[in-house]
Design a protein around this ligand. Structure first.
Ligand SMILES: N[C@@H](CCC(=O)N[C@@H](CS)C(=O)NCC(=O)O)C(=O)O
Length: 235
């Protein structure tokens, strides 16, 4: 039986899932030992896993026997339960404000930028360019202003914060897709020139061990191509 200091954690995951990847980053940053169970997402979920998470999605964690699901909530819970450099507690001086800023940043990135990524992947070759420009515009408008004081991480932090825990897996993919031929190369050059603070921050994020230890770029790009081809064939 685990304790508060050394909880017993079982992570139900799949290494190709960006949402599950959030839990991996949080656990690594918090230096929490955990066991993992890989859930095969290519087949229907087992009744055992549906008992853990009736939605059938990854990630889920068992934390001292209690199940917690939904990646944002899992990462938030872990960082609340184990106060650290990731974020202040809400009662610490400046804590409530820091948490609000992190939440706003994560929401802006996920809802205004990341939500556009899949559209680019699925688009025809002619459509990809204009869609990539739209994504860069959203970075410039919504995210770039929030990273002006990044040093190199959110809010002037020298270490990762919860902002990077919640977004790092998507940054890995955003930078990998153009290299893998799934998005225009201009996406990268435009980000570098039009959103320099974002570009610097993103490149620092993907270099962190806790962000990239389960990352297999070639495999994810190949899997994404395979998934896109199957979706196109099913139309
Ligand atoms: N909102 C969920 C999304 C998780 C999610 O979509 N996971 C995908 C894999 S990336 C999944 O488990 N898919 C299984 C399925 O749809 O059958 C979270 O943040 O945890």
């Amino acid at each position: 039986m685990g304790s508060v200091e050394t909880p017993e954690i079982l992570l139900y995951t799949n290494h190709s899932c960006p949402w599950a990847h959030r839990a991996h980053i949080a656990l690594a940053e918090l230096n929490l030992p955990f066991k993992e169970e890989i859930i095969d997402l290519s087949v229907p979920r087992t009744t055992e896993y549906l008992a853990v998470n009736p939605r059938g999605l990854v990630p889920s964690i068992s934390y001292n026997g209690t199940i917690i699901t939904e990646s944002a909530i899992v990462a938030q819970f872990l960082s609340d339960a184990h106060p650290s450099h990731l974020q202040k507690t809400s009662s610490e001086e400046g804590g409530a404000l820091q948490r609000a800023k992190i939440n706003f940043f994560v929401d802006a990135f996920i809802s205004k930028v990341n939500s556009q990524t899949y559209g680019i992947l699925r688009a025809s070759e002619e459509e990809k360019g204009p869609l990539a420009e739209k994504l860069v515009d959203a970075v410039v408008k919504e995210v770039e202003p929030l990273l002006q004081d990044a040093k190199p991480f959110f809010g002037g932090s020298e270490r990762l914060t919860l902002a990077e825990v919640q977004t790092g897996s998507f940054i890995l993919r955003l930078l990998a897709y153009p290299k893998g031929g799934l998005a225009p190369k201009s996406l990268l050059t435009n980000l570098e020139t039009k959103a320099p603070a974002f570009w610097k921050w993103a490149n620092a994020v993907v270099k962190e061990k806790s962000v990239n230890y389960i990352w297999d770029e070639q495999r994810i790009v190949e899997k994404t191509k395979f998934r896109l081809a199957n979706t196109a064939a099913a139309k």
